[in-house]
Design a protein around this ligand. Structure first.
Ligand code: GRF
Length: 194
């Protein structure tokens, strides 16, 4: 099978990255070749995870450097996995419909500027929502505004703290990010055919 070259952009612990690494390793993502992990800061533990898996890593704080690293890696698809920076319009344009992001809410709710990490779950709990979830979407020039690829719901349980909800949603993220990556690769292949 022809593999698709995938780069992953990270900023934090990298549990979403780890989910993809594990699925490539166990054979459930045979169409994926992880070519580079690019972190927005040296302290991202995601870099350790990548190094342990033998994946090339780089730290790129500014967008021109991110673009350079992406071009150098030959990546065909880019996954934002806990990446906390806004990509430059130049990168979005060059990789249109080939960048996907995982967001810890049911977009269009609780997304956009200021809604990231625990802040999302604080707002969901405060609003008394009975359900939440995660979304995989294409990245465009907006924040969390690109076309939705996949969503998965989780219940908000009586007495849930934001941390309880975050943990439940994160488990779902790990499942749908890999599924969303498969769909993005299929869409890329279809694009290639048309
Ligand atoms: C998680 O809250 C996730 O929802 C968001 O980034 C955070 C960290 O993810 N995408 P990770 O553990 O660094 O993958």
């Amino acid at each position: 099978m022809e593999k698709t070259r995938v780069a992953v952009l990270v900023s934090g612990g990298g549990t979403n990255l780890q989910a993809i690494i594990d699925k490539v390793a166990d054979g459930s993502l045979p169409q994926v070749e992880l070519v580079k992990v690019i972190a927005s800061k040296e302290s991202a533990y995601a870099l350790e995870r990548a190094a342990k898996a033998g994946i090339e890593t780089a730290v790129a704080k500014e967008q021109p450097q991110v673009l350079e690293e992406l071009e150098g890696s030959g990546a065909e698809i880019i996954v934002l996995a806990g990446y906390m920076k806004v990509l430059s319009p130049e990168i979005i344009k060059k990789y249109r419909n080939r960048i996907i992001n995982i967001h810890p809410s049911l977009i269009p709710k609780y997304c956009g500027k200021g809604f990231y990490g625990i802040r999302v779950h604080n707002a969901v709990i405060a609003a008394g929502e009975k359900e939440s979830g995660a979304t995989v979407h294409y990245v465009d020039e907006g924040v969390d505004t690109g076309e939705i690829i996949l969503q998965e719901k989780v219940p908000v349980l009586e007495g849930d703290t934001p941390e309880d909800l975050a943990a439940r949603v994160l488990k779902t993220e790990h499942v749908i990010l890999a599924e969303g990556l498969k769909i993005a690769i299929q869409n890329l292949e279809k694009e290639g055919i048309e």
